[in-house]
Design a protein around this ligand. Structure first.
Ligand code: GDP
Length: 175
């Protein structure tokens, strides 16, 4: 409403190869793609209209679990206003990593009620599925939202980021 347009940082977490960059690209769209280089981080900015109101998301794709510097990890876990933890439905190990990330995140940001969305990506690869949709029950236990996406087919990608916006707004209204 008016000139007041809130902006939020959304950090993508998850094992290498699960599709974080593909999701960020699908979010940004080929036309609207806006790559910002921020202190070596790759971020994609886009303004979404959700339920008749505009909100700008800065999606940060900088998670590199193999990097040894613990400051980089803790920086990623500190800067987000919301988190999207991605695993691949074709890789059970990546689902276990996602569960660990959820625990790390909650312990680092204990006092805050930050939105966390658990994402099962590569839902198009039905024949290679290793993680069942029962992950949804797991997400409920973890107090996360849950969605399955396909960055390749652009399936549920818009829904994912609209969900992030709604979760952020719910928490603002609750204060
Ligand atoms: P990241 O390391 O987590 O950023 O993963 P990438 O976005 O680089 O993706 C790793 C590989 O998985 C690439 O070859 C992508 O093309 C592929 N990929 C990503 N998302 C999907 C998807 O939804 N479906 C399929 N079939 N492949 C995907």
């Amino acid at each position: 409403s008016g000139c007041w347009e809130p902006q939020y940082r959304v950090v993508l977490l998850g094992d290498p190869g699960v599709g974080k960059t593909s999701l960020a690209n699908a979010f940004a769209g080929v036309q609207e793609r806006d790559l910002l280089e921020q202190h070596g981080e790759v971020a994609y900015e886009r303004t979404l209209s959700v339920d008749g109101e505009e909100t700008t998301l800065l999606v940060i794709d900088a998670w590199e679990p193999e990097r040894r510097e613990s400051w980089h990890r803790s920086h990623c876990l500190q800067v987000g206003n919301a988190y999207v933890i991605v695993y691949s439905i074709t890789d059970h190990g990546s689902f276990e990593s996602a569960a660990e990330l959820r625990i790390q995140l909650r312990s680092m940001r204990q006092a805050e009620d930050i939105p966390i969305i658990l994402v099962g990506n590569k839902s198009d690869l039905v024949r290679c599925r290793e993680v069942s949709v029962e992950a949804r029950a797991c997400a409920m236990m973890f107090d996360c939202k849950f969605i399955e996406t396909s960055a390749a087919l652009q399936h549920n990608v818009a829904e994912l980021f609209e969900g992030v916006v709604r979760q952020l707004r719910l928490r603002l209204e609750g204060k």
